[in-house]
Design a protein around this ligand. Structure first.
Ligand SMILES: C[S@@+](CC[C@H](N)C(=O)[O-])C[C@H]1O[C@@H](n2cnc3c(N)ncnc32)[C@H](O)[C@@H]1O
Ligand code: SF4
Ligand code: SF4
Length: 368
């Protein structure tokens, strides 16, 4: 049944986003809370920095000062990621502080750290959404995530969160699962989809991003490399094999599956060759127009791929000055004129679809 309330609140949100973009405001800010992680996922290169970096992470007060400025700038959404955001000892105080500032907070997490106390605090804080990443079911998840019992811990975390929500009669946070598709799990798509029914939580899907060292080296601004190495595979490619492409195609072609998992519409509109090479339909970047990523050391970056470029640091300048500054202007102008070689492999491609691509998605969804 069509939920008119849901459609109207989504429409209001979409209109508000367009209005913010039009007046040059910030749509959303992502805090990379720490590069440290308790897992070692095969497709992820973010945790690797946590092993070697020696810089000092932002303090609780510094993060909350940045959040205060974001609230003042009327930024509607703050997303906490990392590596693993909940690994910071002060993560719950940060969430409380951001909520007190009136910010809507979403958390993307590996889900292994939800003790009873943590679950109770995030529910009481009124976090809007918690997305737990799943890269397979059972043992497969553990293998891809590089740690025994990662699956068991994520599932009991979700169970705990659901129980606390029920006990406190809270509709927040919305709980969801996110699966990154690669050759390590392309044979488990049906099992991952079934979690939506068994856990009664939405499951979103995204093909893994993998960039080559050549694409990174060629992504330059004023002669300087601006891309990071986080998406370069360490031990051979994790992109789908030919057999996996057939599996993915069969999965996304199943009647009703795109309706069940709307994020699959992107895969459904990609050619086999694009799926095989992890090449996304990106023709323009809305991310740099309206979003920022604040890394653990306070550097404000355009997105998670451009880890070697920053607009400035929140320790030295206000976010408003950084947002309206020369370095951001230069990057936005460059991307508007000509995207970087790594942009084809952008892990935020879902935010960068053109009107025509969105229309095709809606039609594909309707057909699903
Ligand atoms: C880097 S993690 C940080 C948050 C948290 N540690 C987690 O695992 O959800 C954010 C998301 O990126 C996904 N991811 C990992 N490797 C990826 C890749 N190569 N391409 C696209 N997404 C990837 C993860 O599965 C996770 O959903
Ligand atoms: S995907 Fe998340 S949990 Fe896995 S290593 Fe990267 S940051 Fe850690
Ligand atoms: S398309 Fe993706 S990688 Fe390229 S600038 Fe935009 S967000 Fe960054």
């Amino acid at each position: 049944m069509i939920n008119l309330l849901d459609i109207s609140s989504r429409t209001v949100r979409a209109l508000r986003r367009e209005w913010i973009l039009k007046r040059g405001g910030i749509l959303s800010a992502t805090f990379g809370m720490t590069y440290k992680c308790n897992l070692r996922c095969t497709t992820c290169g973010v945790w690797v920095r946590g092993e070697t970096d020696t810089m000092t992470e932002l303090t609780t007060a510094e993060i909350l000062e940045a959040a205060r400025q974001l609230a003042e700038l009327k930024v509607p959404q703050v997303i906490l990621v990392g590596s693993e955001p909940l690994l910071r000892r002060d993560s719950l105080d940060i969430i409380d502080g951001m909520r007190k500032l009136g910010l809507d907070v979403d958390v993307i997490t590996n889900g292994t750290l939800f003790t009873e106390r943590t679950s109770e605090r995030v529910v009481k804080a009124g976090v809007r959404a918690i997305t737990v990443s799943v890269d397979g079911v059972g043992k497969r998840h553990d293998e891809v995530r590089g740690q025994e019992r990662a699956w068991e811990r994520a599932m009991s975390g979700l169970e705990r969160l659901s129980a606390v929500k029920k006990r406190l009669n809270s509709s927040r946070p919305r709980l969801a699962l996110h699966a990154t598709i690669s050759r390590l799990n392309a044979d488990q798509l049906e099992e991952l989809s079934a979690l939506q029914d068994s856990l009664n939580m939405d499951v979103s899907f995204q093909l893994a991003s993998e960039t080559s060292p050549e694409e990174v080296a060629a992504s330059r601004l004023d002669g300087q490399v601006v891309a990071g190495e986080e998406f370069v595979s360490r031990d051979g490619s994790f992109l789908p094999t030919d057999e996996d492409v057939r599996r993915i195609r069969a999965f996304v072609s199943r009647p009703g599956i795109v309706r069940k998992h709307p994020t699959l519409a992107i895969l459904a509109t990609m050619s086999d060759d694009d799926i095989r090479h992890g090449r996304f339909p990106v023709h323009g970047c809305r991310v740099v127009e309206g979003e920022i990523l604040i890394d653990p050391y306070g550097f404000v970056r355009p997105c998670s791929h451009l880890e070697a470029y920053d607009y400035g640091n929140v320790r030295d300048q206000t976010i408003e000055a950084i947002w309206t500054g020369v370095k951001r202007r230069k990057l936005v102008d460059k991307v508007r004129a000509d995207m970087f070689p790594i942009c084809d492999k952008c892990c935020q491609h879902g935010q960068n679809l053109s009107f025509a691509q969105k229309a095709r998605m809606i039609l594909t969804k309707g057909a699903g």
